[in-house]
Design a protein around this ligand. Sequence first.
Ligand code: SF4
Length: 892
Amino acid sequence: MMARMPDTKTVNTTCPYCGVGCGIKASRDRDGSVSVTGDPTHPANFGRLCSKGVALGETVDLEGRLLAPEIDDAPATWDAALSLVAERFNTAIAEHGPDSVAFYVSGQLLTEDYYVANKLMKGFIGSANIDTNSRLCMASSVAGHRRAFGSDTVPGCYEDLELADLIVLVGSNLAWCHPVLHQRILAAKSARPDMKLVVIDPRRTVTADIADLHLAIDPDGDVALFCGLLSHLATAGVLDEAYVADHTEGFAAALATAEIALPQILAQTGLTSHEIEHFYELFATTEKAVTLYSQGVNQSVCGTDKVNAIINCHLATGRIGRPGMGPFSITGQPNAMGGREVGGLANMLACHMELEREDHRTLVQDFWQSPAIPDRAGLKAVDLFQAMAEGRIKALWIMATNPVDSLPDADEVKAAIASCPFVVVSDLLAKTDSTQNAQVKLPSAAWGEKDGTVTNSERRISRQRAFLPLPGEARPDWWQLAQVARRMGHAEAFSYPDVASIFREYAALSAYDNAGTRDLDIGACADMSSEAYDRLQSFQWPRPKGGPAGQTRFFAQGGFYTANRKARFIPVTPTTELLADKSHQLLLNSGRVRDHWHTMTRTGKSAQLSAHTSEPFAELHPEDAMRLGVSEASIVEVSSGAQKVCLRAMITRRQKPGRLFVPMHWNDLFASAARINTLVPPVTDPYSGQPALKNAHVSVRPFKAAVYGFAVSAEKPDPGDCDYWALARCKGGWRLEFALAEHMPAIEAFALRLFGLGAGLQPETLAYSDRQKNDSRQAGFDAGRLLYALYLASEPVVVSRLWAVGQLTGDHSQRQSRYRIIAGRPGEDGHDPGATVCSCFGVGAKDIVTAVRAGCASVDEIGRVLNAGTNCGSCRSEIQEIVNGQRVLAAE
Ligand code: SF4
């Protein structure tokens, strides 16, 4: 049952963050710390890692871990907890039917976990009420693939991004969200400077900074843009007529729908005719073109139509499945693809089979020898929690995800979970925003402790291997599911001796009665021994038994998985309506920052990662800021209806006027009110059920702060009653930003409240106060160690954050050093690096500016002098931006 611990100290495993799926070499050192490096042999990354991958070792400690099962917040035995879960699920099913229970799972699960969860729900409970947070990520791509190809097939591979002459990134901030893939593209572009990069994104992101063409498209203008492109391709005479005739159907209807007038395209995209013509010309004249798209496409009310508008252009030109060509959906999560493969979505069966098809249902039920199989889709994520609010779900099991933060209408989701009669949460952590209302908490194995497989965005299956022992009573998710299934009366079907046996079963099902009729076939792994599974090298599927290995692409010669094996052009019509309620002032877009992941349950532990962006923020255009009376670095309230969040204002021309960008990560553990999805209405794409997370109307107004504060402290402070606060890890302790709505407090009492120094500690304090300027500072020392430094002011506190954080690990025995802390700046000989740019080497923006002024003219030269950008490379785009900015200044 348990994960096999490897014999060697270093194991080859896979990164648990994004859909690039980088290979990692991980080891546990003698002192218990974990070392992580990129695996030079892994074909996804060839040794590269981004900042998140590099810092994985900082996230595997046991702080905050759930280490034993709990029932009603009290420790319980596994037997008691599992038996209670089985009993309550069985009771709900007996009294209210199978559709009264649900699983809400995650792209963080391994494929084997997913497989067992799906088998239990669909095959043995007899409901399809299992959905996943991948619904929020790529459900529109799945729906688009199935409409066009008849299967959820990603046709290409990463190598295509290096072979292409034109890469079109749509709705993707690749530099921050899939950094290693971005680095591969940059390396290819550096070797072949003629290679062109087009970025289509409403925001000017760091990815857009290095593009040959950035189209700052209006939200949801993509359908109009790609309809116009299809029409242009036909007019320009660059269609692949033989491919269209031999391998597709429905072209004439799709083209007729796509023929929209230029003024409508301009109106819907917000672009100029010159920009559009430039893009269309590039695409028409470049055969080797890849269109890579991500959440900006998927997280939309018309996400599926966007996907099909893109695919239509590739089918029309026959640019699919050949080297350097194709539409390419890049997934956000490490195992979104694995979940799709084994039926983690409420509208899919296992192994890419379809619930709607009787032959598929019969095949799966026969293979599983199961008592039931649903003949209709279950509740998709948003619908599932709405059904819960209506009292239709009586028992819920959440695994490895935090829906209270990540789903739209997040406070309603929280209330729905609170109203559900029985909630089980399997998680690593004892306390997340979603564990609060769980009657049963089950401690899961974390990355580094669990064993199984994941599939990345190019269909590459890789092993995640354990290199750490299971702590406390933590157990893998598949084991928890199998144990509950056995207690529900399905012992025989869930008697897996180890994780390899689950993988073998999945592989056998993929091949069962397949014979080339389905895309997903890994039958070659069906008889694999557990030892061979341990040694399994990453591979791209398909890998049929006895068939040729090494097929990396699909559809160059047609062979789609529709009834007549032809691809379907899908006629799509641009959306003419933006989301309702235009009385609000700005359109809200949300997304990732470079160094955080999802709801920060892991990356929030890392001082290195928290250094880059340590506070939730709202990016808005200077015109909007002026109109709304918002000043740089002040606090703003962003609201929708009764819902409100508080964020730091960042004024930037990266936004268009009328738009607002807010990161998706912050939750109630790290900020007073920054759960941005509380403002997003539960509007979904009609085909995929994916929520439109990037297009909500919100109001913005200044938060009237009487006091701004900043603090660093060795111990975690308690900012509980500050009106605004954001907390982050830093080297040597914590950093805190806060604001108060009312008058300046007495600093001594306030420091006592924040830092709670009551436990016999009598710090030596140093203070300064200028009542006229409303400026108060205090620092507390224990011998030469800084315990805290607290700064209060009536304006945003002007203290170099990185320098202040550095003082927590410095020696402050000398009076001079203590005065500097009160002054809030380094002395003449001190060093202020500025805002963190390179997390790996702690290099700040001021360091880079100094280096440029001293003669460094390129990112590589900066790297040689400062090391910045030479490890993970995630910051190279930001370094380039600073270099460019200094060049402009020098030229003025
Ligand atoms: Fe992990 Fe970064 Fe690779 Fe994504 S790009 S898999 S986050 S190392």
